[in-house]
Write a protein that binds this ligand. Structure first.
Ligand SMILES: [Zn+2]
Length: 464
């Protein structure tokens, strides 16, 4: 069989891996490459294969760098099934619809940069492509084997990365032989709030593993709740505002769940909390509906608390008027809003109004990429540029770690050990990581493989 690494090879976005065995062509993930606007636009326009020739896509989870170019695939002729878990199908549809808004902004920017009489740039895809893509999704249950084509069976296991995320196990039969392929998707961690631990799977001939934090050790997630309580108490004491920029998918629900636990325990100070993101509100509805796929702590909470994503002091803001009204409200209060790295969304308005008051706090959760406003806040730069105006940064800045959804060195070791102990690992490929992280993990994975692991370059193919 042949594997071609079409994206997320030597980098972390644009996950797309093509498996060809006999006459079958299966694509693992169809993510959007994310980078500078122009580079991303031109890369995402094309595919390294003919989409119409694919038999199916297996989708690991609903982050845009894994599902974001599915409508582009449809636009270029793909009409096969997209296998994923039920929550992934629902979340992906919401995320793809939301990505149209971001795409429109990018297109406006790129069009402005075009020479005057240049032909109009085509959109990557439109609303109708998103709708049609959603119709191709075929939800499958965790753990159940499916045989969609002669010569292939597969099943999905819980990856513990976000709700619905999956590890894929595929078994191809070719000339009387079975080749077993395992794709981690994005591998989660043990002990994350809301999520179950990643499932352990047995060995394989070919392992394709992510490596985002293949050279790091994370702080434990439990500390975050204690930190949030400290920050909320301070705000309550001095009538400050707490602004929490957070990703709408996963991060917001985890923070709300922690606050809900504090509220249930009677520890949360008396102050209103607002989730100000229509996207988060839609996604939280999916988390509620699939609470049975969340971890035991959530299920225990559900026995006494019908909605672990709501407590009396919490309001889900919907309209823009309500959002704007928050800017004139006195503290203490807390606002959780997207985007997580402060690159857009309603959080910018809250930052504009709050950043220059030392009684307020900005709470950044997790990694802030270079060249983002979030990174500048994390670095405590004295002045922030928001919507073409400068604001002195006088608010307290808190950078909290521990909620990363990606496995660290210890998690990988634990997961690889089981994989290797049960029938071993043949060839390993490391994807979805910056070079240093992938190399770090290659050293670890090498201990468990028959042959040295490979870090493929984008576009590289291997006969295995
Ligand atoms: Zn992910």
């Amino acid at each position: 069989m042949k594997i071609t690494f079409c994206g997320a090879a030597g980098e972390v976005t644009g996950s797309q891996h093509l498996l060809e065995c006999g006459r079958l062509k299966i694509l693992l993930d169809c993510g959007l490459f994310q980078g500078s606007r122009a580079e991303a636009y031109f890369r995402n326009q094309g595919f390294r294969f003919n989409p119409a020739d694919l038999d199916a896509v297996i989708l690991s989870h609903a982050h845009i760098d894994h599902c974001g170019n599915l409508p582009g695939l449809f636009r270029k002729g793909f009409r096969g099934p997209i296998y994923c878990t039920a929550p992934t199908a629902e979340i992906a549809e919401i995320m793809l619809a939301d990505s149209l808004r971001i795409q429109a902004e990018d297109m406006r920017y790129l069009t402005r940069k075009q020479p005057q009489h240049a032909p109009k740039l085509p959109a990557l895809f439109d609303e109708e492509h998103v709708r049609q893509t959603a119709r191709l999704m075929e939800p499958v249950r965790y753990g159940k084997w499916h045989t969609p084509f002669a010569g292939l069976r597969f099943r999905l296991r819980d990856a513990g990365h976000i709700l619905g995320s999956a590890i894929s196990e595929l078994e191809f039969a070719e000339r009387g032989e079975t080749r077993r392929v395992v794709f981690t998707g994005d591998l989660g961690r043990r002990g994350l709030p809301l999520l179950r631990d990643p499932e352990l799977v047995n060995g394989c001939d070919i392992l394709i593993t992510e490596s985002t934090y293949g050279n790091r050790v994370h702080a434990p997630p439990g500390d975050l709740k204690v930190e949030l309580l400290r920050i909320f108490r301070r705000a309550a004491d001095i009538a400050g505002k707490v602004i929490i920029p957070a990703f709408s998918l996963g991060r917001t629900q985890q923070v709300v769940f922690f606050l809900n636990e504090l509220a249930n325990a009677g520890e949360l100070p008396d102050m209103p909390v607002f989730v100000d993101s229509p996207l988060s509100n839609r996604l939280t509805t999916v988390y509620r509906r699939y609470a049975d796929l969340l971890n035991d702590t959530v299920r225990q909470t559900l026995q006494a608390d019908a909605d672990p994503f709501n407590f009396p002091a919490l309001t889900y803001v919907t309209t823009q008027q309500e959002s704007m009204a928050l800017n004139h409200r006195r503290g203490p209060l807390a606002v959780i809003a997207a985007s997580g790295m402060c690159e857009g969304g309603r959080v910018l308005h809250h930052l504009k109004h709050c950043a220059s008051n030392p009684n307020n706090a900005v709470v950044l959760i997790g990694f802030q990429a270079a060249n983002t406003l979030g990174r500048r806040i994390a670095e405590r730069q004295p002045r922030l540029r928001i919507y073409d105006r400068e604001y002195p940064l006088l608010a307290q800045v808190e950078v909290l770690h521990g909620l990363s959804g990606h496995a660290d060195v210890h998690d990988f070791k634990w997961w690889f050990e089981h994989l290797a102990a049960h029938t071993g690992v043949g060839q390993g490929f490391l994807v979805h990581g910056e070079p240093a992280a992938a190399q770090g993990l290659a050293g670890l994975l090498g201990d468990y493989c028959d042959t040295p692991p490979i870090i493929p370059k984008r576009g590289e193919s291997f006969q295995v």
